[in-house]
Design a binder for this molecule. Sequence first.
Ligand code: GDP
Length: 436
Amino acid sequence: MRMSGPESFLIADRVFRGTERPSLCQTHTIHHGHIIDPRTGDQVDEVLLSVFKAPRTYTREDLIEFSGHGGIVPGGMILEALICSGARLAEPGEFTKRAFVSGRIDLLQAEAVGELIRARTDACARAALRQLNGRCSQQIEECRIKLIQVIAFIEVTLDFSEEGIHEMEPATFVDQLHPLQEMLDQLIKSSEKTRVLRDGLRVALLGKPNVGKSSLLNLLISRDRAIVHPESGTTRDTIEESANIGGVPVTFVDTAGIRLTSDLVEQQGVERSRRELEQADIPVVVFDASQLPDEDDRRLVSLLSRREQLFILNKSDLNTYNAASYSELTIGGRCVKTSATIGTGLEELLKEIIKIAQYDPGRFESGLVINARQGELLNQAKGCLDRGINVIVEGLGAEIAAIDLRECVRTLDVLVGKDIGDAVLDHVFSRFCIGK
Ligand code: GDP
């Protein structure tokens, strides 16, 4: 349990009994003792107390951490003891928000804490950590400083033009601004590349009942969650399972088959399949290629028309298997031959999914996790910079370009949280959990 703020030591003195009073302890030390309910004097738990005095703390405020035995009841009793001694419950992300407000970290780093906690794979966690360590913030700051220097130069030449300070040549301006353009471009590209790392991919397995969707899902996630049944229409609900594929959290969704049906329960499942089709990043259509394609198969393919198509021709172990009979139906799409019974074709399937998602696990090693807010602001900043450069190239004058460059600086300020309203802050931190 963590407590931060100017009264932390006062409150800790009221509830902690050990060899020393917390307020007298040296900073960055750990002490053994007990938490006492101040109302009754009863012992609540045996704890270790970690003492952090401002300013070298997570929040830059006085901060105390209690390590108890855990468990909901003792944990709740410690909380109660603290609250009736003057503390209050933290809001979601409040500790990180205080670290931001006190200036220890910028908003990009604060958001990286949230990404780190939410990370579903180690690759995502590493990217969040790079951001928390200030990689992105440093680049933005370099860009800001350079822009401010250019703007200052423009202003000087305007103010002192009669005193022999001449305007920069357009080519010199562009030389100075071009690297900044590239830097912003790189960050935007990095955000596009790592979107799947943060949000993961949703792969929906679609197809008629009994073609082998559940069997394939079981193989993909190497567990037996979906019910495999030789009777048609057994998977009536969608089943989701996540797997870590090359550092990307991939959620596979097994859907009830899309086909005309009179069974009401199954109809609802069919409706969900349609929704899944809309929501999935990658819809994969599974065929039983031991049988000839029929109307249901054709209808399903027609629903896919606008998307990149991936088809699985399953049951390759059977004698009647005939992939060629599906060639017309799958024309223009990628096809993978599998046998869920023998377990062949899975590697190829994963490779195709990786290709469609256009992600290469290796390139995440330098990526950052840029969220939607940051991505939008980076794009805006890049837009301002592009406009400023164009104005100069077209010879419309540096003082006009300066308007765009100033706007670019303002946008970068919002990005790192220098100039930001309470509503945006509340939104950013509301996505955190309590205690972070
Ligand atoms: P779903 O309705 O599409 O989810 O299909 P299931 O995974 O429940 O499979 C239906 C039936 O087909 C089951 O009896 C499976 O054992 C069988 N099956 C699935 N894949 C294969 C395969 O590749 N080869 C063979 N021979 N049978 C399969």
